[in-house]
Every structure is written in C-alpha cells, then in structure tokens.
Design a protein around this ligand. Structure first.
Ligand SMILES: Nc1ncnc2c1ncn2[C@@H]1O[C@H](COP(=O)(O)OP(=O)(O)OP(=O)(O)O)[C@@H](O)[C@H]1O
Length: 426
C-alpha cells in the first residue's frame, strides 16, 4: 500500500491486518519501488498524489518489478483523469476517495482468489542460452567440483540464485539440501538464531528449539544472497564459521560442525562497502576465492527471444497455447535496457499474459507505460469528457446495459447520462 497520509494509511493497514492480510506500507514513490524490488506483492494499492511523484510515476517505475500483480489506484476527484489514463494503460481499476474500506477489502479478496487459482509452479530452468552464459556455466561446473566458497556478483535479477542452484546441482552435494537466505531480509534481533539456531529456553519466547540455516543446509549448499547487507556483527561470526567450520547455536554449550558449502551473492559494490568499513576485508577474501560475474541482460540480448518464449509458455494456463510476440513487441523487447534484468523480463511477460486481450502480444502489452505517452493530452475539458465517458461506460458494463441503473449508480438522471455519453462520442 502506497499512502502518504499517515492517519488514513494507519487505519487501512490496521484493517487489512485484522483481515489476516500482511500489508507493507510505503509512504513515498521511492519507498514503494524499494519494497517492490525486495518482494513482489499479491496486490498493490497506490495513492495518486505522493510527496515525490504521481500515480503515473509509480506505475512507470513499478513496471519492471510488478509482474502480474494487479495495481489499484486511489484518487481524489480532481485526479480522476489521471486514474482513467492509468486504467487504460493497464492498472486494474481506481477507487475514488473517500472510499469504503469494505469495498477495498472485497476487491483485494476477489483479486487474490482469482490469482491463487491460476498461479503456476516454477521448475529449474535450462541455464545457458548464449555463448556468454555458456562460458559462465562452464566456470560454475568447474567451481562445483571444488570445495571453495564462490562469490556471485551482478545486477539485481541477472540470475545469481539460478546460478547458485546450477552450481549446487552440478556438484557432488546435489543430493543434499540447497538453502537460500536473503541476508538483508532478516530482522536484526533474530539474526543469530536464524543462522545458527537456538536451544529451547535460550531466551524469552524460545519455547521450542529452532534449527538454523547452517544446520538446515547440513552438507549441502548454503546460499547467502545480498551478502553486502549482512550485519557487521554477523560478518565476524560468519568469518569464524568459514575459518573453523564450526558454530554454536544460541543458548547451547556445544559447537556444531558445518560440513556444507557456502555460495554468496551480491548486487552491491563490495569494494565500496569495504572502503566504507561496512564489509570486512577478511570476510571478502574468504568468500571470493572464486568470483563469478554475471553480465546484465542488455549485454546478452540474444537470450531475450528464447527466454521470452520460455516465459510465455510458462505463463500459459490450461489448454490455451502460449501467447505469441508481434514483430513490434519483439523489437521493443530487444531495444529495452532491462534494469531489472531477467526478473523484469519474466515479470513483464507474466503480467502481459494475464492481461492480454488477444493471442498476440503487442509492444504496449509488455510496456504498458508506453500507453501513458500515447494517450492524447488535449485540454482539461477533453480530459474531463474522457474521464466521464469512461466512468459511464464502466457503469453501463456493471449494470449490464441497464441505463436507469447505471444513471442511479452515477447519481445523475437518465437524460444527463445520454447527453454526456453523446458528447464524449462526438
Ligand atoms: N537462466 C535463466 N533462465 C530462466 N530464468 C531465469 C534465468 N536466470 C534467472 N531467471 C529468472 O529471473 C528471476 C531472477 O533470478 P534470480 O533470483 O536468480 O536473480 P538474482 O540475480 O539472484 O536477483 P537478486 O539480485 O535480486 O537476488 C527469477 O525469476 C529466475 O527464475
């Protein structure tokens, strides 16, 4: 939920929690995009006027990370025009403020039930689709045959976790667990117990013993993603595990042995973090015995087409054949810079597959923000007419064409409805 009004935001968050949902609240456009990059939500609600941007800014910047997540905008009457443009560009709908929270909850529930019925499962994809990636696959296979720690670097979404899984699957440890940990996502106070586990009664609230990531990974692979965000205190403890192969669960008197392998990954500049003393040099040297750099998608554009076809196939549900790409959309895919890399490509195609109106995807199905540029601007009067016409059409659809009912819903007379509909069409 993106809402800068603290009173309204607080009330909605509280209500959504009571409904058993887990809202993440961002108060600015920047916070919203940072939250989206961390994890893809099932539903997104955004205000249209934010301290650092508009609804259109949110919509544009969210595209690489949004996947098939529906986005609903909340708008005051004065910005209905923008809300309509957003719906035309691909937002799910808009609510006019002040809105009824029951209606919001109802919409979220409806949307979630549709989504859970159609979510697909993900399998281990084929790894290398270009000469650049074939060379990387070769490096990973060579690393897999050794016991050395591996550091994977590259921009967000380039496939570092996929590479770590490939390494694990190619190693003699393939039959043992692969445990992936996002080092930046663990609350500070839980770090030790999450990594090393704890004994029953180790601290207030520790009613049961807890198995930490090291024990869970056993003699398999522990993948430490976003290693640059690891708390400095834990960096010291991790260094000790790497040096001695042993660790101690919280509240335990005995050390345990770690027989697994560590693969770490980061999209941050560890050199910079080291210079700022936020990442230990000694830990860096330990982790980066083998360092493999994954190139961004814009440097291996030959993968875009085969990956797209794969993602479209994955997104096709039931007996429906996979959607196809028009010539223009393929060109647009090849031209785009892909700041979110393969994750962005997957997200965009997944979203386009859900919302596509035909079997062939056009460029603006994949890049809906293009529609914001092409929707004509015109005068304020034109904009108001378009917004009105859109609202009238939607009321007519909702009332299955019953004009009287639509007019009542809109709070206008039947004659006014006909007149305004006529005006917007002329
Ligand atoms: N070679 C590939 N084939 C198919 N899908 C891929 C490939 N590489 C990455 N992906 C997909 O792209 C998305 C991002 O991949 P992954 O999580 O491995 O990236 P990452 O570099 O670890 O990202 P982050 O830095 O954000 O942790 C995932 O959905 C993954 O399945």
């Amino acid at each position: 939920m993106v809402e800068d009004d603290t009173i309204l935001g607080g009330a909605i968050v509280q209500r959504l929690k009571l409904e058993g949902l887990a809202p993440v609240w961002a108060q600015t456009c920047a916070e919203a995009i940072a939250a989206l990059k961390r994890s893809q939500p099932d539903y997104m609600l955004s205000d249209i006027v934010l301290p650092d941007g508009s609804g259109e800014d949110v919509f544009r910047k969210a595209q690489p990370w949004l996947g098939d997540t529906p986005i609903l905008f909340a708008t005051a009457f004065g910005e209905i025009d923008q809300a309509v443009r957003l719906v035309k560009a691909g937002a799910e709908d808009y609510l006019t403020k002040p809105y009824d929270v029951d209606e919001l909850v109802g919409r979220i529930r409806q949307s979630l039930s549709r989504r859970s019925a159609s979510s697909a499962s993900a399998a281990m994809p084929e790894f290398a689709l270009s000469p650049a990636m074939e060379a990387i696959a070769e490096q990973l296979r060579r690393a897999a045959a050794t016991e050395l720690p591996v550091l994977l670097t590259g921009e967000t979404g380039v496939g570092k976790e996929v590479a770590a899984r490939y390494l694990h699957a190619s190693s003699p440890r393939a039959g043992s667990p692969f445990v992936a940990v996002n080092c930046g996502a663990i609350p500070h106070e839980l770090l030790e117990s999450q990594f090393f586990g704890h004994e029953r009664g180790a601290f207030t609230g520790a009613a049961q013993a807890h198995v930490g990531f090291f024990e869970e990974a056993a003699d398999g692979t522990l993948f430490l993603d976003e290693i640059g965000e690891l708390d400095t205190r834990l960096q010291t403890t991790l260094l000790r595990v790497l040096e001695n192969g042993s660790y101690r669960p919280v509240g335990s008197r005995n050390d345990r042995t770690f027989g697994g392998r560590i693969v770490a990954a980061t999209n941050a500049d560890l050199g910079q973090l080291r210079a700022e003393k936020r990442f230990r040099d000694d830990l860096y040297f330990r982790l980066s015995v083998i360092e493999i750099v994954l190139p961004p998608l814009r440097q291996r554009r030959e993968e875009i087409e085969p990956l797209s076809r794969r993602f479209l196939k994955e997104s096709s549900t039931g007996n429906r054949p996979a959607l196809k790409l028009s010539g223009d959309s393929l060109q647009a895919l090849l031209r785009h810079d892909w700041p979110g890399n393969i994750r962005e490509l997957r997200n965009r195609l997944q979203r386009a597959s859900v919302f596509a109106k035909s079997d062939i995807l056009e460029a603006d199905d994949i890049f809906p923000e293009m529609r914001l540029e092409t929707l004509e601007d015109g005068t304020l009067g034109d904009a108001r007419d378009r917004a009105e016409a859109d609202r009238i059409e939607r009321a007519l659809i909702a009332s299955k064409g019953r004009v009287g009912e639509a007019a009542k819903q809109l709070g206008i007379s039947r004659t006014t409805l006909w007149k305004r509909r006529g005006r917007s069409r002329s």
